[in-house]
Design a protein around this ligand. Structure first.
Ligand SMILES: [Zn+2]
Length: 330
Protein backbone atom coordinates (compact mmCIF):
# COMPACT_ATOMS: atom_id res chain seq x y z
CA UNK A 1 0.00 0.00 0.00
CA UNK A 2 1.15 3.56 -0.70
CA UNK A 3 0.18 6.95 0.62
CA UNK A 4 -0.55 9.71 -1.85
CA UNK A 5 -0.18 13.15 -0.30
CA UNK A 6 -2.31 15.39 -2.48
CA UNK A 7 -2.54 19.13 -2.90
CA UNK A 8 -4.47 21.07 -5.52
CA UNK A 9 -4.58 24.64 -6.77
CA UNK A 10 -7.89 26.07 -7.97
CA UNK A 11 -9.20 28.75 -10.24
CA UNK A 12 -12.46 30.39 -9.28
CA UNK A 13 -15.22 32.28 -11.02
CA UNK A 14 -17.43 35.16 -10.04
CA UNK A 15 -20.54 34.04 -8.20
CA UNK A 16 -22.97 34.65 -11.07
CA UNK A 17 -20.72 32.76 -13.47
CA UNK A 18 -20.36 29.88 -11.00
CA UNK A 19 -24.14 29.65 -10.52
CA UNK A 20 -24.74 29.64 -14.29
CA UNK A 21 -22.18 26.85 -14.78
CA UNK A 22 -23.59 24.83 -11.88
CA UNK A 23 -27.09 25.02 -13.33
CA UNK A 24 -25.78 23.92 -16.70
CA UNK A 25 -23.89 20.87 -15.38
CA UNK A 26 -26.42 20.10 -12.61
CA UNK A 27 -23.79 19.86 -9.88
CA UNK A 28 -21.51 21.85 -7.63
CA UNK A 29 -18.50 23.60 -9.05
CA UNK A 30 -17.07 26.34 -6.86
CA UNK A 31 -13.56 26.03 -8.22
CA UNK A 32 -11.77 24.33 -11.05
CA UNK A 33 -8.50 22.49 -10.59
CA UNK A 34 -5.49 24.10 -12.31
CA UNK A 35 -2.66 22.17 -10.68
CA UNK A 36 -2.39 18.68 -9.22
CA UNK A 37 0.59 18.15 -6.93
CA UNK A 38 1.24 14.85 -5.18
CA UNK A 39 3.96 13.02 -3.29
CA UNK A 40 3.98 9.25 -3.03
CA UNK A 41 5.13 7.64 0.23
CA UNK A 42 5.70 3.95 0.88
CA UNK A 43 4.33 2.15 3.92
CA UNK A 44 7.27 3.37 6.04
CA UNK A 45 6.48 6.93 4.89
CA UNK A 46 9.60 7.07 2.74
CA UNK A 47 9.57 9.22 -0.36
CA UNK A 48 8.64 7.13 -3.41
CA UNK A 49 7.84 9.65 -6.17
CA UNK A 50 6.19 12.93 -7.07
CA UNK A 51 3.63 14.23 -9.53
CA UNK A 52 2.88 17.74 -10.73
CA UNK A 53 0.77 18.86 -13.64
CA UNK A 54 -0.87 22.10 -14.76
CA UNK A 55 -4.49 21.49 -15.78
CA UNK A 56 -6.44 23.52 -18.32
CA UNK A 57 -9.81 24.55 -16.88
CA UNK A 58 -12.89 23.98 -19.01
CA UNK A 59 -15.60 25.98 -17.25
CA UNK A 60 -13.71 28.78 -15.51
CA UNK A 61 -11.11 29.45 -18.18
CA UNK A 62 -10.24 33.00 -17.24
CA UNK A 63 -7.65 33.00 -14.47
CA UNK A 64 -8.69 35.12 -11.50
CA UNK A 65 -6.03 37.69 -10.79
CA UNK A 66 -5.69 36.84 -7.10
CA UNK A 67 -5.34 33.13 -7.92
CA UNK A 68 -2.61 33.86 -10.47
CA UNK A 69 -0.81 36.08 -7.96
CA UNK A 70 -1.06 33.52 -5.15
CA UNK A 71 -0.05 30.45 -7.17
CA UNK A 72 2.23 31.98 -9.78
CA UNK A 73 0.18 30.15 -12.43
CA UNK A 74 -0.50 32.45 -15.37
CA UNK A 75 -3.24 32.48 -17.99
CA UNK A 76 -0.71 31.31 -20.55
CA UNK A 77 0.30 28.35 -18.40
CA UNK A 78 -3.27 27.07 -17.94
CA UNK A 79 -4.07 27.66 -21.62
CA UNK A 80 -1.28 25.23 -22.46
CA UNK A 81 -2.27 22.90 -19.61
CA UNK A 82 -3.48 19.32 -19.79
CA UNK A 83 -7.27 18.74 -20.01
CA UNK A 84 -8.64 17.25 -16.79
CA UNK A 85 -9.68 13.82 -18.16
CA UNK A 86 -6.13 13.19 -19.40
CA UNK A 87 -4.55 14.68 -16.28
CA UNK A 88 -6.62 12.35 -14.12
CA UNK A 89 -5.70 9.31 -16.19
CA UNK A 90 -2.02 10.13 -15.77
CA UNK A 91 -2.51 10.84 -12.08
CA UNK A 92 -4.21 7.49 -11.51
CA UNK A 93 -1.32 5.70 -13.22
CA UNK A 94 1.04 7.53 -10.85
CA UNK A 95 -1.08 6.55 -7.80
CA UNK A 96 -1.23 2.85 -8.65
CA UNK A 97 -3.87 0.42 -7.49
CA UNK A 98 -3.53 0.23 -3.72
CA UNK A 99 -3.31 3.70 -2.22
CA UNK A 100 -4.89 5.97 0.34
CA UNK A 101 -4.96 9.74 0.04
CA UNK A 102 -3.69 12.17 2.64
CA UNK A 103 -4.62 15.85 2.44
CA UNK A 104 -4.13 18.88 4.64
CA UNK A 105 -7.66 20.04 5.44
CA UNK A 106 -11.01 18.65 4.32
CA UNK A 107 -11.53 20.60 1.07
CA UNK A 108 -9.39 19.19 -1.73
CA UNK A 109 -11.03 15.81 -2.31
CA UNK A 110 -14.67 17.03 -2.34
CA UNK A 111 -13.70 19.80 -4.78
CA UNK A 112 -11.83 17.33 -6.98
CA UNK A 113 -14.86 15.03 -6.93
CA UNK A 114 -17.06 17.92 -8.05
CA UNK A 115 -14.61 18.56 -10.90
CA UNK A 116 -14.71 14.91 -11.95
CA UNK A 117 -18.49 14.95 -11.83
CA UNK A 118 -18.51 17.98 -14.17
CA UNK A 119 -16.58 15.80 -16.66
CA UNK A 120 -18.66 12.71 -15.83
CA UNK A 121 -15.59 10.85 -14.56
CA UNK A 122 -16.29 8.34 -11.75
CA UNK A 123 -14.60 9.10 -8.43
CA UNK A 124 -15.02 6.22 -5.92
CA UNK A 125 -11.24 5.63 -6.16
CA UNK A 126 -10.87 8.87 -4.19
CA UNK A 127 -12.93 7.62 -1.24
CA UNK A 128 -10.05 6.44 0.96
CA UNK A 129 -8.93 9.80 2.21
CA UNK A 130 -7.68 11.04 5.56
CA UNK A 131 -7.44 14.65 6.63
CA UNK A 132 -4.02 15.09 8.25
CA UNK A 133 -5.26 18.15 10.12
CA UNK A 134 -7.48 15.84 12.16
CA UNK A 135 -4.65 13.34 12.79
CA UNK A 136 -2.24 16.16 13.65
CA UNK A 137 -4.65 17.62 16.20
CA UNK A 138 -5.28 14.25 17.78
CA UNK A 139 -1.61 13.39 18.11
CA UNK A 140 -0.46 16.78 19.35
CA UNK A 141 -2.65 18.86 21.67
CA UNK A 142 -6.10 17.42 20.94
CA UNK A 143 -7.53 20.82 20.07
CA UNK A 144 -10.34 20.63 17.52
CA UNK A 145 -9.67 23.48 15.15
CA UNK A 146 -8.26 23.94 11.69
CA UNK A 147 -4.54 24.59 11.80
CA UNK A 148 -2.61 25.85 8.83
CA UNK A 149 0.08 23.73 7.25
CA UNK A 150 2.58 26.42 8.28
CA UNK A 151 1.51 25.93 11.90
CA UNK A 152 2.23 22.19 11.67
CA UNK A 153 5.58 22.85 9.96
CA UNK A 154 6.56 25.22 12.77
CA UNK A 155 5.34 22.76 15.38
CA UNK A 156 7.75 20.09 14.12
CA UNK A 157 10.46 22.63 13.30
CA UNK A 158 10.47 21.68 9.64
CA UNK A 159 12.18 23.95 7.11
CA UNK A 160 9.87 25.88 4.76
CA UNK A 161 12.49 26.09 2.07
CA UNK A 162 10.26 26.06 -1.03
CA UNK A 163 7.74 28.65 -2.24
CA UNK A 164 4.26 27.93 -0.79
CA UNK A 165 1.01 27.80 -2.82
CA UNK A 166 2.53 25.56 -5.39
CA UNK A 167 0.63 22.27 -5.32
CA UNK A 168 3.77 20.12 -5.44
CA UNK A 169 5.64 22.12 -2.80
CA UNK A 170 2.62 22.07 -0.51
CA UNK A 171 2.36 18.30 -1.04
CA UNK A 172 6.06 18.01 -0.07
CA UNK A 173 5.45 20.07 3.08
CA UNK A 174 2.41 17.98 3.93
CA UNK A 175 4.42 14.78 3.40
CA UNK A 176 7.10 16.06 5.81
CA UNK A 177 4.44 16.65 8.44
CA UNK A 178 2.96 13.20 7.73
CA UNK A 179 6.37 11.62 8.35
CA UNK A 180 6.33 13.12 11.87
CA UNK A 181 2.96 11.57 12.68
CA UNK A 182 1.91 8.00 13.43
CA UNK A 183 -0.17 7.64 10.30
CA UNK A 184 -1.11 3.98 10.78
CA UNK A 185 -2.50 4.75 14.23
CA UNK A 186 -4.12 7.94 12.95
CA UNK A 187 -5.97 5.96 10.31
CA UNK A 188 -7.06 3.29 12.81
CA UNK A 189 -8.48 5.90 15.18
CA UNK A 190 -9.87 7.98 12.36
CA UNK A 191 -12.47 5.39 11.42
CA UNK A 192 -14.21 5.65 14.76
CA UNK A 193 -14.47 9.42 14.76
CA UNK A 194 -14.94 10.23 11.09
CA UNK A 195 -17.07 7.56 9.53
CA UNK A 196 -18.19 8.23 6.06
CA UNK A 197 -21.88 8.84 5.64
CA UNK A 198 -24.25 6.10 4.48
CA UNK A 199 -26.23 8.72 2.66
CA UNK A 200 -25.59 12.35 1.79
CA UNK A 201 -28.24 14.00 -0.38
CA UNK A 202 -29.24 17.55 -1.09
CA UNK A 203 -32.67 18.93 -1.89
CA UNK A 204 -33.85 22.25 -3.28
CA UNK A 205 -30.47 23.57 -4.39
CA UNK A 206 -31.53 26.28 -6.77
CA UNK A 207 -27.86 27.28 -7.19
CA UNK A 208 -27.32 24.11 -9.20
CA UNK A 209 -30.68 24.09 -10.97
CA UNK A 210 -33.01 22.30 -8.55
CA UNK A 211 -36.16 24.00 -7.36
CA UNK A 212 -35.74 25.71 -4.00
CA UNK A 213 -38.28 25.57 -1.16
CA UNK A 214 -40.21 28.62 0.01
CA UNK A 215 -39.50 28.11 3.71
CA UNK A 216 -37.86 25.78 6.23
CA UNK A 217 -41.36 24.51 7.06
CA UNK A 218 -41.97 23.57 3.45
CA UNK A 219 -38.64 21.76 3.33
CA UNK A 220 -39.11 19.74 6.49
CA UNK A 221 -42.73 19.04 5.53
CA UNK A 222 -41.63 17.39 2.30
CA UNK A 223 -42.17 13.65 2.52
CA UNK A 224 -39.03 12.64 0.66
CA UNK A 225 -36.86 14.91 2.80
CA UNK A 226 -38.44 14.06 6.15
CA UNK A 227 -38.94 10.32 5.71
CA UNK A 228 -36.40 8.21 7.56
CA UNK A 229 -35.51 5.05 5.71
CA UNK A 230 -32.41 2.93 6.20
CA UNK A 231 -30.03 3.56 3.26
CA UNK A 232 -28.84 -0.06 3.51
CA UNK A 233 -32.15 -1.93 3.40
CA UNK A 234 -34.81 0.75 2.67
CA UNK A 235 -36.82 -0.09 5.79
CA UNK A 236 -38.83 2.77 7.19
CA UNK A 237 -37.26 3.36 10.58
CA UNK A 238 -38.78 3.64 14.02
CA UNK A 239 -37.91 6.90 15.70
CA UNK A 240 -39.00 9.15 18.52
CA UNK A 241 -40.72 11.46 16.09
CA UNK A 242 -39.25 14.73 17.29
CA UNK A 243 -36.10 15.97 15.64
CA UNK A 244 -33.83 17.95 17.85
CA UNK A 245 -33.53 21.46 16.48
CA UNK A 246 -30.24 23.16 17.20
CA UNK A 247 -28.76 26.44 16.12
CA UNK A 248 -28.12 27.17 12.49
CA UNK A 249 -31.17 25.32 11.17
CA UNK A 250 -29.84 21.91 12.04
CA UNK A 251 -32.20 19.04 12.87
CA UNK A 252 -31.20 15.62 14.17
CA UNK A 253 -33.01 12.41 14.95
CA UNK A 254 -31.97 8.83 15.59
CA UNK A 255 -33.76 6.10 13.67
CA UNK A 256 -33.66 2.42 14.59
CA UNK A 257 -33.20 -0.28 11.95
CA UNK A 258 -33.74 -3.80 13.26
CA UNK A 259 -31.03 -5.06 10.96
CA UNK A 260 -28.52 -2.19 10.84
CA UNK A 261 -28.81 -0.65 14.27
CA UNK A 262 -29.22 3.00 15.20
CA UNK A 263 -28.70 5.60 12.50
CA UNK A 264 -28.19 9.31 13.06
CA UNK A 265 -30.11 11.54 10.65
CA UNK A 266 -29.02 15.15 10.25
CA UNK A 267 -30.82 17.78 8.20
CA UNK A 268 -28.98 21.04 7.57
CA UNK A 269 -31.09 23.81 6.13
CA UNK A 270 -29.64 26.83 4.39
CA UNK A 271 -30.59 29.59 2.02
CA UNK A 272 -29.93 29.61 -1.69
CA UNK A 273 -28.69 32.73 -3.40
CA UNK A 274 -32.24 33.43 -4.64
CA UNK A 275 -33.50 33.40 -1.01
CA UNK A 276 -35.26 30.02 -1.31
CA UNK A 277 -34.25 27.16 1.02
CA UNK A 278 -32.28 23.97 0.54
CA UNK A 279 -31.51 20.99 2.78
CA UNK A 280 -28.73 18.50 3.07
CA UNK A 281 -29.70 15.19 4.59
CA UNK A 282 -26.96 13.08 6.08
CA UNK A 283 -27.32 9.54 7.44
CA UNK A 284 -24.55 7.98 9.54
CA UNK A 285 -24.26 5.04 11.90
CA UNK A 286 -24.95 6.39 15.38
CA UNK A 287 -22.06 5.77 17.75
CA UNK A 288 -22.64 5.36 21.49
CA UNK A 289 -21.29 8.90 21.81
CA UNK A 290 -23.84 10.20 19.26
CA UNK A 291 -26.67 8.54 21.14
CA UNK A 292 -25.50 9.93 24.46
CA UNK A 293 -25.14 13.44 23.03
CA UNK A 294 -28.53 13.22 21.38
CA UNK A 295 -30.22 12.06 24.57
CA UNK A 296 -28.55 14.77 26.66
CA UNK A 297 -29.40 17.55 24.22
CA UNK A 298 -32.99 16.38 23.90
CA UNK A 299 -33.36 16.52 27.67
CA UNK A 300 -31.83 19.98 27.88
CA UNK A 301 -34.16 21.04 25.16
CA UNK A 302 -37.23 19.62 26.88
CA UNK A 303 -36.25 21.38 30.10
CA UNK A 304 -35.81 24.68 28.33
CA UNK A 305 -39.26 24.28 26.86
CA UNK A 306 -40.85 23.79 30.23
CA UNK A 307 -39.31 26.93 31.63
CA UNK A 308 -39.89 29.16 28.64
CA UNK A 309 -43.35 30.19 27.57
CA UNK A 310 -43.78 29.87 23.88
CA UNK A 311 -46.48 32.00 22.34
CA UNK A 312 -46.47 30.23 19.00
CA UNK A 313 -46.12 26.65 18.06
CA UNK A 314 -46.39 26.09 14.38
CA UNK A 315 -46.71 22.81 12.61
CA UNK A 316 -46.43 22.25 8.90
CA UNK A 317 -48.80 20.02 6.98
CA UNK A 318 -46.92 16.76 7.02
CA UNK A 319 -47.70 13.07 7.29
CA UNK A 320 -47.80 11.30 10.63
CA UNK A 321 -44.22 10.17 11.04
CA UNK A 322 -42.99 13.41 9.53
CA UNK A 323 -45.11 15.63 11.74
CA UNK A 324 -42.31 16.04 14.26
CA UNK A 325 -39.86 16.88 11.55
CA UNK A 326 -41.84 19.88 10.44
CA UNK A 327 -41.82 21.57 13.77
CA UNK A 328 -39.98 24.84 13.41
CA UNK A 329 -39.03 27.16 16.17
CA UNK A 330 -39.45 30.83 15.49
ZN1 LIG B 1 -31.39 -1.33 7.57
Amino acid sequence: MTYIVLDLEWNQAYLQKAIAVQKRIGGHLRGEVIQIGAVKLDEQLRFAGSYSLIVRPKFFQKMQRHVARLTGISQEMVDRGCPLPEAIERFRRFCGEDCVFLTWGPDDIPLLKDNLWAHRIPSPWLDKVYDLQVIFNRQTDGVKCQRSLEYAMDYFDLPQDLPAHDALNDAYFTARVAAKLDIARGIREYATSHQSALQDVSFGESDIGQEGFASPEALMGDREIATMTCPLCSRVLKNDGKPLHTRGHKYQLIGRCEEHGNLLFTWRLSRNFDETWRARKLVERATAEDEETFRRKSEEHANRRKTRRRPRHRRGAAGKSEAGASEIQG
